[in-house]
Design a protein. Structure first.
Length: 379
């Protein structure tokens, strides 16, 4: 981001939102995914949850009409010969918060919404489990195969070309905006976060499971997803910037509240809503910083895979993480959110991530299913 912009930004002007994907175990203790769950199973849970007046101004409903609440069924939409979907293969339930002037406010709303969802899901025999990658399935193949209309539809958006990946992954979109940012600033911010992404994502690693066992690394989600799909998106009022990168760097805002949103998409899913507070503070600090000058339109897939395999044990990733975290701490030095970065510094110094603790616990239980039940029982 250009120094002339960051120097005039008031840290108190930032606004925050969180989108969080939730996975479940069913009453038979199976991982509730596309192999054993229907759209209607999750929709019955969403139907019991409240609707809030005024949310429509901030939260997009979408063409299918599925996203009418703060909660909606996330999945792979199927089409025949028109834009209205005829089916949706489910993977879980997504929660969206409204826009907040503080990180604490966004986290508190997510916490309340997750609590409501967990109670509603329990009434249907489902228990939330915190994962970032499907712990058993390693591929999603549309059945039936894509028809001619669906294949043509994919050409309209780079992300639709890799939509099968999203059926295996669970994670947050952490959203920031600032009224001082112009559309050009939003593009710069997305480029900056994309360049910093491989050095930030290890702070979130906490789901090292793949194919029914341990993955040979820390984050299969990062290894499979980032690079093929964006690390960050900037929402602009029109497509005048002319970018057509694969994956996308920008997206045209679909409602006024989306204009200026900077969305970071590469972190692993948090075990609790509070896990997102330090990560939002890190993103805020990076955007306020004036010393990190690198920017890129497309995520560096090799660096993300290096981070996914080795985390902070890789010297290049650790050095980059130190540079980014130090810059964020300096930028937030007089800000109320500076204290949130303390725990990230400890992880970096110890060369540890939450995934390391789960790997140790996995070795002490009989099966991955047993460990998932432990995670599902956690507060």
């Amino acid at each position: 981001m250009r120094t002339t912009t960051t120097q005039r930004v008031d840290p108190a002007g930032f606004r925050f939102g969180i989108e969080h994907e939730v996975a479940f175990l069913d009453r038979r203790r199976r991982f509730a995914d596309f192999t054993c769950t229907r759209f209607a199973d999750f929709q019955r849970i969403v139907d019991t949850l409240p609707t809030y007046a005024g949310d429509a101004a901030q939260l997009r409903v979408g063409d299918a009409g599925i996203k009418r609440k703060r909660w909606y069924v996330e999945g792979f939409e199927r089409f025949l010969d028109q834009p209205q979907p005829v089916d949706c293969v489910p993977k879980g339930v997504e929660i969206r918060t409204t826009i907040h002037p503080t990180i604490a406010g966004a986290v508190a709303e997510l916490d309340a919404s997750l609590a409501l969802l967990r109670r509603a899901a329990a009434g249907r025999g489902y228990t939330r489990v915190a994962v970032s990658f499907n712990p058993f399935q390693t591929a999603f193949v549309p059945d039936p195969a894509l028809n001619a209309y669906e294949r043509a539809q994919r050409k309209s958006c780079p992300e639709l070309q890799t939509a099968e990946i999203t059926m295996l992954t669970y994670g947050p979109d952490l959203n920031l905006s600032h009224p001082a940012f112009t559309p050009a600033d939003v593009v710069d911010a997305a480029r900056k976060l994309t360049a910093c992404s491989p050095f930030m994502v290890p702070f979130s690693f906490r789901s090292p499971f793949y194919g029914g066992g341990l993955w040979p690394g820390l984050s299969p989600r990062t290894f499979v997803r980032t690079g093929a799909r964006p690390a960050a998106l900037g929402y602009v009022p029109d497509a005048a910037d002319g970018r057509s990168t694969r994956p996308s760097l920008t997206r045209v805002a679909r409602l006024p509240a989306e204009v200026g949103r900077i969305e970071f998409k590469a972190f692993d899913s948090g075990a609790t809503p509070g896990d997102y507070a330090p990560l939002l503070a890190l993103l805020k600090g990076v955007l306020l910083d004036t010393t990190l000058t690198a920017g890129t339109d497309v995520p560096d897939r090799d660096q993300h895979r290096r981070a996914a395999r080795h985390g902070f044990d890789d010297a290049v990733i650790a050095d980059g993480a130190d540079t980014v975290l130090t810059a964020a701490q300096h930028a937030l030095r007089d800000d109320v959110d500076a204290a949130l970065l303390t725990g990230l510094r400890a992880h970096l110094e110890e060369r540890s991530t939450p995934a390391h603790r789960l790997m140790e616990r996995f070795r002490a239980v009989p099966t991955l299913g047993d460990l998932l039940e432990e995670l599902a029982a956690a507060p």
